[in-house]
Design a protein around this ligand. Structure first.
Ligand code: GLN
Ligand code: ZN
Length: 764
């Protein structure tokens, strides 16, 4: 028999039950026992579903009330002192305070840092490590869940993050030290976890070490050998799971570690299968991640079988099949969709359908096609339909992309010349003030959008109400005295979905939610075909807003790279090509905005950095096409039209040259949280254009003091000439309330005033 298994199932529930329960608990509407009950129900449902589909091993440990890496952190007893934990079991509220700073009980404290899990849009809570860090087994949740699953009659495969991945992702606090110094103590407790699982009668444990897909220093590679040698637990078999990319220089190591099986990502690294097969000792099982855990397309089962059949012939019982990675990164169930076009829907597979694909493949391998010929038939029709559909191919779009020349990626003149034109046209003061685009999304705004979507508001009524919001936003900005205004984005639910809804080539799901962090879920659009723009998308709102003010109002777009990175993207052509299509469509929008009299246009690239490949060797290629796509979007306008872009993260010292190459006239960035540390990069790198280093953190409700803003800007002015500096918050304001926004912006405008007076005085 071939073993069909799964690396992890989404925990949110098909109706986002987990989100609702988490938030109800945090609000105090339900108690801990009710939350636990929801957890038990979701786990039981998901285990049963996977068992019913025919998986031989059911993953346990993939459930979490916030984040599975944090679960391991708690199990290891690594709780920073500020949470006041005194040992013993890490209770639910201590756990939530680590994740989000507060919980129904206990004193609030600064939450642990959160960051993206490899190249996904899932965020984990960063472990904080001290030089003399203690470890002690401090949570029995995993063991309880194992017992729960066993009681329900399932054959359990326990799942947990590997010790080296956990340690690699941790951050040192206080004195800097080599994290590997902690390995010995860590392995001690990790070994206890494995021992406990063994005592519970678990046969297999899946240990996730995705860092094997990264460039690792030699010391870390050595650590793998010693760690896995020490972690042998007689009677317990260990499957080492790698995913998200090829193993490359870590391939030998991964094959030779003293474990009982290796899982490889055959979607991202099919080329390595043959080599792994040669190197893997004959006592190990090979788990082949053949179904894409990162995207929502149906698997071409015939192609998968062509890969698997020779493996089966060689490995026999030692062949396991699985998704490439945990199914956490795809929505739960396609059956929940009722609004998708039927043909497009037939091309998709969410988590439930992917589990089914795994078991179908297993049945064909073990029993031949006859037993599942109906399922195979449906799958073949869908694959053929997608391959040949007219809807994925638009000849006009293809011609447009083929006709892209370097000229299309160039503004007419270089920045210094453009800037002369722009200064004449806009006549802005020194240190111009602006905001990033969105203003508070009030309950009224949300209701207006919802009512319109549900057909309760006519198009006219909807337009009038959004226009009223725009009018109010413009008035408030005029009163505050900001220099460059925005319309406020009241019509946008999400900066990518808004464009996905209007561009051809995208489909929107009704319920395709994926966990982003904690209780937050996102619903990425599905980019299935050639992208084009049937009609202008933002021009009416922008011109309406501009008609209300003599000051410039920025046109506001999401850039091609961000739209690409935050969507589920077609896998039948290179991403770079798809990105060019989006860029061409957006270029038309930029040009139309210009024609309609919008003099300043912002093209957000919030997700440019997170698209960086995991391996440094692949960065250049990505940055080249990403920057090119942005330039295609931005370069169709006259010199006098000012192009802004925005990025909200502080770590881009390593890609600053590419950011400069985007050649936006103005870039607004995040810096406030790192106290303008970012600006250190400008010591060595002379950013050539204008820049607005975010002067306060919009994630916090705190109102920044005038002096604080002045001093941050003075710091900035030591690196970048004042003539090229802007003053703005570090991201959009949609999650904030108006009272704090007004006070913050008032202080920002006062700070600009102070700085201008100081500049005038020193000039005189
Ligand atoms: N213009 C967007 C806004 O202000 C940008 C959001 C973002 O960078 N994430 O909301
Ligand atoms: Zn931002």
């Amino acid at each position: 028999m071939t073993t069909a298994h799964n690396l992890g199932f989404p925990r949110i529930g098909a109706q986002r039950e987990l989100k609702k329960a988490q938030e109800a608990y945090w609000r105090g509407d339900i108690d801990a026992e009710q939350l636990e009950q929801t957890g038990r129900e979701l786990r039981a449902r998901h285990w049963q579903l996977q068992a019913d589909k025919g998986l031989a091993l059911i993953p346990v440990g993939d459930f979490s009330f916030y984040d599975t890496l944090l679960d391991l952190t708690a199990t290891l007893g690594v709780v920073p002192p500020r949470f006041g934990w005194e040992g013993g079991e890490v209770d639910l509220d201590t756990y939530f305070r680590m994740a989000r700073g507060r919980a129904p009980s206990g004193t609030p404290a600064a939450a642990c840092e959160m960051t993206k899990w490899f190249d996904t849009n899932y965020h984990y809570i960063v472990p904080e490590l001290e030089v003399d860090q203690l470890f002690a087994l401090s949570s029995s949740r995993l063991f309880e869940q194992v017992a729960e699953a066993q009681a329900l009659g399932h054959t359990v495969k326990a799942v947990l993050p590997g010790p080296l991945t956990w340690l690699w992702l941790g951050k040192t606090r206080g004195d800097d030290f080599d994290k590997l110094d902690l390995l010995d103590a860590l392995i001690g407790v990790y070994g206890e976890i494995l021992q406990r699982l063994r005592e519970q009668g678990v046969e297999w444990v899946q240990i996730d070490e995705p860092i094997l897909a990264l460039d690792l220093p030699q010391a870390w590679r050595n650590a793998f050998e010693s760690t896995y040698t020490r972690l042998q637990t007689p009677g317990l078999k260990r499957l080492l799971a790698t995913y998200f990319g090829p193993l490359q220089d870590n391939l030998d190591l991964a094959c030779r570690l003293p474990v009982d099986g290796l899982h490889v990502d055959a979607v991202r690294a099919p080329q390595e299968l043959a080599i792994v097969l040669d190197k893997l000792p004959t006592y190990k099982v090979l788990s082949v991640g053949i179904v894409d855990g990162r995207n929502i397309w149906r698997t071409d089962l015939d192609a998968a079988l062509a890969t698997l059949s020779p493996l089966k012939a060689r490995l026999g019982e030692r062949l396991w099949i699985a998704p490439s990675c945990s199914l956490l990164h795809v929505p739960v169930d396609l059956d929940g969709e009722d609004t998708l076009d039927a043909e497009i829907q037939s091309w998709l597979a969410f988590a439930v359908q992917k589990v089914e694909e795994i078991t179908t493949l297993q049945q064909v391998l073990d029993q031949g096609e006859e037993t599942v010929d109906e399922v195979l038939g449906v799958s073949r029709v869908a694959i053929a339909s997608r391959r040949h559909s007219e809807r994925t191919h638009n000849p006009a779009v293809r011609e447009g992309v083929a006709a892209i020349t370097d000229e299309l990626t160039q503004r007419n003149s270089p920045y210094p010349q453009r800037s002369i034109e722009q200064r004449k046209a806009f006549n802005l003061p020194l240190y111009p003030t602006t905001t990033i685009g969105s203003f508070p999304q009030t309950p009224t705004i949300r209701r207006v959008r919802r009512d319109f979507k549900q057909g309760k508001l006519t198009e006219n009524a909807y337009r009038e109400q959004i226009q009223a919001e725009i009018t109010e936003a413009i008035q408030r900005q005029e009163t505050l005295g900001l220099d460059v205004l925005v319309h406020g984005e009241a019509e946008r639910n999400d900066m990518v979905e808004y464009f996905g809804e209007q561009l051809a080539g995208f489909a929107l799901t009704a319920n395709g939610w994926v966990q982003s962090y904690g209780s937050r879920c996102v619903k990425p659009p599905v980019l299935f075909g050639d992208v084009s723009r049937p009609r202008p998308m933002t021009v009416d709102w922008a011109t309406y807003a501009q008609s209300l003010s003599d000051k410039p109002v920025k046109g506001m777009l999401t850039g091609p790279v961000t739209i690409l990175n935050w969507s589920f993207v077609r896998d039948d052509q290179p991403r770079a090509e798809t990105c060019e299509q989006i860029a061409l469509a957006l270029r038309d929008e930029v040009n139309d905005l210009e024609t309609a009299g919008i003099g300043i246009i912002q093209i957000d690239e919030a997700a440019l950095r997170e698209g960086l490949p995991l391996r440094k060797a692949d960065w250049k290629h990505y940055l080249d096409w990403a920057v090119r796509a942005f330039r295609i979007t931005a370069s169709g306008v006259a010199d006098v039209t000012q192009i802004h872009t925005h990025m909200c993260y502080s770590e881009f010292n390593d890609i600053i040259a590419s950011i400069a190459e985007m050649d936006a006239d103005v870039i607004t960035i995040e810096t406030s949280r790192s106290d303008m540390e970012l600006l250190d990069v400008f010591e060595d790198f002379h950013y050539p254009n204008e820049i607005g280093p975010g002067v306060y953190d919009i994630h916090s409700p705190n109102v920044p003091e005038i002096e604080q803003i002045v001093s941050l800007m003075e710091k900035a002015a030591r690196r970048i000439p004042a003539e090229r500096l802007w003053i703005n918050p570090d991201c959009g304001l949609k999650t904030r309330g108006w009272p704090e926004v007004e006070r913050a912006l008032e202080n920002m405008v006062s700070a600009a005033d102070t700085l201008r007076k100081a500049a005038a005085a020193s000039a005189a």
